[in-house]
Design a protein around this ligand. Structure first.
Ligand code: AVJ
Ligand code: FE
Length: 442
């Protein structure tokens, strides 16, 4: 049942919220159930020590669920400042007097116990913050977002593997065409209906796009390797001035974690060294690399609106669906989500996830860079705090869509908006290309 349906059954909604909190905790607990040394170390200046993420997860839960929703006494008011992401840069966090591994574990457990008591006693209607369990959903998503961040930290960790996973499902039937035509015209972007949608996904609003073509699948490792082989990193024509400058300064020559030996591409993934699988979506590329590839291919990145129309628009009804496959919540048959395989699946592995227009792999596998800056929708209203989205709006950030293999289904929707700097590539980021349609294409 969707949350919208559960709204009418408070007991079932509470059960669902408790399950979602529990699912998030089993993931964050697993990623912190490692050597103390690995927990407290900073594996990259881009990332917090894992023990910071863990206590920060508990602190956000305390602030919103225990103190605000529950109106309870603080558990540890003295540590708020340490775990406020706006007070200390990631690179400074290891030198703070952080809770140690045992203290952090005890803290998050105590907060969770109280949050579950609050859940039992809180009416899930009548107040915007708790309507349909929103604050609980926001905290579930926050923990799951940090789980993804913690997976990026694990990926940056050097040393023998400590995470393992089964192989992803094999590819399905080949697509009958490499690009899909998306008719121009209006569609409904964003949402007013998803109870746990965050402020930046709202409100739903009509947007017009011109006709365009979009790739059926995300760009694969094999396709990306062809760009490298064609000298793509050495040809200024494909790069924006900022991208070219960044590529040179940072010394980019291939996706992060790739290296070449005797003409064969290898990658290091959670400590395992393996040949780069040709048919998986490429990941660990920054926006500048995605943008350069697209130009080399004679295409461009899709705008955020184009991506969402390709994902949600149903030409039979003119409606925007919740997900590419329809209005049902994701199942393991629809998309590679939840960190089950610790990698993308080969493109085409999820035929049930195809959109009405025939676009595949939109949800899960890799976050997809779009050409768009992170800006508010018309009618945006900050809720419930400016530091979730509002303070990030502006041209410095590019929008990513669709969620990666590491993202949990509670934190991914066809309306969900992620954002990052165009130089970032430790995230599980890939892309697909688009191009303008000409009248002759119709
Ligand atoms: C939405 C993924 C960009 O990780 O910076 C976590 C999510 N906000 N804690 C981030 C978030 C506050 C955010 N992103
Ligand atoms: Fe956070």
């Amino acid at each position: 049942m969707t949350l919208e349906q559960l709204r009418h059954s408070p007991e079932q909604l509470r059960t669902r919220i408790a399950e979602e909190l529990d699912r998030a905790r089993s993931r964050s607990a697993r990623l912190t159930d490692i050597d103390r040394e690995d927990l407290v170390r900073q594996h990259s200046p881009l990332m917090s020590p894992l023990v910071w993420d863990y206590a920060h997860i508990g602190n956000q839960e305390e602030l919103w669920l225990v103190r605000d929703v529950g109106g309870r006494e603080p558990v540890r008011e003295d540590i708020d400042n340490l775990y406020d992401a706006f007070q200390h840069k990631r690179s400074d966090r290891p030198s703070l007097p952080l809770l140690g591994p045992d203290e952090a574990g005890a803290y998050v457990a105590e907060v969770r116990r109280k949050a579950l008591e609050v859940l039992e006693r809180t009416p899930l209607e009548g107040r915007r913050l708790t309507e349909a369990g929103f604050a609980f959903g926001m905290i579930v998503q926050h923990e799951q977002q940090h789980v993804e961040t913690m997976l990026a930290t694990h990926q940056l960790r050097v040393g023998a593997p400590i995470l393992d996973a089964p192989p992803p499902p094999p590819t399905g039937p080949a697509a009958d065409r490499t690009e899909v035509y998306v008719p121009g015209g209006m569609f409904l972007m964003g949402t007013d209906l998803e109870p746990w949608a965050l402020d930046n996904e709202r409100p739903a609003h009509a947007v017009g796009v011109d006709s365009f073509w979009i790739d059926t699948d995300p760009v694969t490792n094999a396709q990306y390797a062809a760009f490298i082989d064609a000298g793509g990193y050495d040809d200024e024509r494909w790069w924006t001035p900022a991208g070219w400058a960044h590529k040179n300064t940072a010394g980019l020559t291939a996706p992060q974690f790739w290296h070449r030996e005797d003409g064969v591409w290898w990658r290091t993934r959670f400590g395992h060294v393996e040949e780069v699988p040709p048919h998986e979506a490429v990941q660990h590329v920054c926006w500048f690399e995605a943008d350069a590839y697209a130009r080399w291919a004679g295409k461009r990145l899709p705008t955020e609106a184009e991506w969402e129309k390709a994902a949600r628009y149903d030409p039979a009804t003119g409606r925007s669906l919740r997900y590419p496959w329809g209005d049902e919540d994701p199942t393991p048959e629809h998309a590679n989500l939840g960190g089950v395989y610790l990698q993308p699946a080969p493109v085409g592995a999820y035929p049930k996830g195809t959109s009405p227009l025939g676009v595949r792999g939109l949800i899960g596998d890799v976050w997809e860079w779009t050409s768009s800056d992170f800006t508010p929708y018309p009618g945006f209203a900050m809720f419930p705090y400016p530091e979730y989205s509002e303070v990030f709006f502006g041209p410095e950030y590019k929008v990513l869509r669709g969620g990666s293999w590491a993202a949990d289904q509670s934190a991914v929707r066809a309306t969900f908006r992620n954002w990052d700097y165009p130089i970032r590539r430790q995230i599980f980021s890939g892309f697909r290309c688009a191009r303008d349609a000409r009248d002759a294409d119709v």
